[in-house]
Design a protein around this ligand. Structure first.
Ligand code: PLP
Length: 467
């Protein structure tokens, strides 16, 4: 054994203690450090011929890279839709690397069984049916892509071809209808050979991002072959929801696969006051839920649920003599694009075991309350304009005067010490968004953001970015 490895192995307990100290010091400061640091990332250095050992690596990381890291695990990183890591999820994630299981085959089954227990908990959390089988994937993009792949196979089944065997050319064009799809949907369609142009945008309700069910019906009526509908439960701009019941009811008259992108919106099911937003989620053929957002587990984690595991296995089966036959309950290796993969379920298992439904209800309701409180306070600032009501956990707003992308970027930059907000364009208007999904965020953080904004507008009557 290389002497560096032997030395680290001999001192493993001290090394892990040093990792613990480093982790504690990072997390102790995560709420105070600049949310987006201005420090430049370090220069890249060449591959070392001789190593410095794990302790040396730690020193180098802390000195060169750590100062440039954002506080994305902290309470005021409100850009995109970003979750943190609960204490129990962190424990689960550390132990995932410790045990280093490959969750793929029943030849070594415990990992798959733990994943199965976790999926059953999640299915219950989101009010899905027992027919919804689930699989862990790396994120919502992959979950949407797997759902669309199963939908593609389903369209093939309707037309009497197996896309998995004959290829997508045997299928002819497939229409994919959606009101306000996430950008990962066209990306998935590109990967699946259906093409981005397969996506037909369906009009939304006036002043909303939710699909107009009548317009969807009109689009379905124009289709003489089976198609795929992507319904959206929680849009990234404004947290808007399609009427899932109304969309699902159209299946009585039209032949389509219903995929629901509920990446973060599925968590509305946890709050009795908001659960109506996801009524009908259980009617979907496939469902995407992200876990590294509102479940607050580390990247990369999401779940893909489907009622048609047989079609899923047709698409993703990995036939090999040493992996055994497919069987009635296909191994994980036959269900997603990956073959080998980590025990991704463990962080989710830990945090659900630790805090339960009740704990998650508290996180979700607190995040929603923070979003609404930010929205209400923004309305008191004359220089700002709210673009949509805070329906769930996203606040979308802009400058009352001359909201150019450059002026908004300037405003976001000036807030960067206090909070991270990301730009968007909503209904043609350049805007900023704040999304609340971190378990650490409280009222005090909302106040910090509001005070930073008030101070900004008090300091200059001319407005941001005007210099
Ligand atoms: C975040 C998000 C995605 C993509 O998720 P990744 O985890 O980044 O792959 C898809 N759909 C919606 C609605 C999202 O919010």
């Amino acid at each position: 054994m290389h002497h560096g490895l032997a030395l680290d192995l001999a001192h493993l307990p001290q090394l892990l203690k040093c990792v613990q100290d480093q982790a504690t010091s990072f997390l102790d400061r995560v709420a105070e450090r600049p949310v987006v640091p201005l420090a430049q990332p370090p220069q890249e250095v060449p591959l070392p011929e001789r190593g410095v050992g794990a302790r040396g690596g730690m020193r180098d990381f802390v000195e060169r890279w750590e100062p440039a890291l954002s506080a994305s695990a902290g309470p005021r990183y409100l850009g995109f839709v970003t979750g943190g890591v609960t204490p129990a999820a962190l424990a689960g994630d550390w132990l995932t690397a410790v045990a280093d299981q490959n969750v793929m085959s029943s030849a070594d089954d415990t990992g798959q069984r733990l994943e199965h227990e976790t999926i059953a908990w999640l299915r219950e959390l989101f009010g899905l049916t027992r027919e919804h089988q689930g699989t862990f994937v790396s994120g919502a993009t992959m979950s949407n892509t797997v759902g669309l792949a199963i939908g593609r196979e389903w369209v093939g089944e309707r037309l009497g071809v197996s896309v998995a065997e004959a290829g997508v050319a045997a299928l002819g064009p497939v229409r994919v209808l959606s009101g306000s799809p996430h950008s990962s949907v066209p990306k998935g369609l590109s990967m699946l050979g259906l093409g981005r142009e397969a996506l037909a945008s369906v009009p939304t309700l006036p002043g909303r991002e939710a699909v107009d069910p009548m317009a969807l019906e009109a689009a379905l009526a124009q289709s003489d072959t089976p198609c795929i509908v992507v319904a959206n439960a929680g849009t990234v701009n404004t947290g808007d929801f399609d009427d899932l019941r109304a969309v699902a009811a159209l299946r009585g008259r039209y032949d389509f696969w219903l995929h629901v992108d509920a990446a973060f919106g599925a968590f509305a099911a946890l709050s009795p006051a908001e659960a109506h937003l996801v009524e009908g989620l259980d009617l979907a053929d496939s469902v995407c839920v992200d876990l590294h957002k509102w479940l607050n587990v580390p990247y990369d984690s999401a779940v893909q649920f489907t009622r048609r595991r047989d079609l899923q296995a047709r698409v993703f089966q990995n036939a090999a003599a040493y992996l055994g036959p497919l069987g009635d309950v296909p191994d994980c290796v036959h269900l997603t694009p990956e073959n080998s993969r980590r025990l991704r379920a463990l962080a989710a298992w830990f945090t659900l075991r630790a805090y339960g439904r009740e704990g998650y209800r508290e996180i979700v309701e607190r995040c929603i309350a923070c979003a609404r409180s930010l929205a209400a306070s923004l309305e008191q600032i004359p220089e700002l304009r709210l673009l949509a009501p805070a329906r769930l956990n996203v606040v979308c707003f802009t400058l009352a005067d001359d909201p150019t992308p450059a002026r908004l970027a300037g405003l976001a930059r000036e807030l960067a010490d206090q909070a991270f907000l990301t730009p968007t364009v909503y209904d043609g208007v350049p805007a900023l968004r704040a999304a609340f999904s971190n378990w650490r965020t409280t009222d005090a953080d909302v106040l910090t953001v509001i005070e930073a904004l008030r101070a900004k507008f008090a300091a200059t009557t001319a407005g941001p970015g005007s210099s």
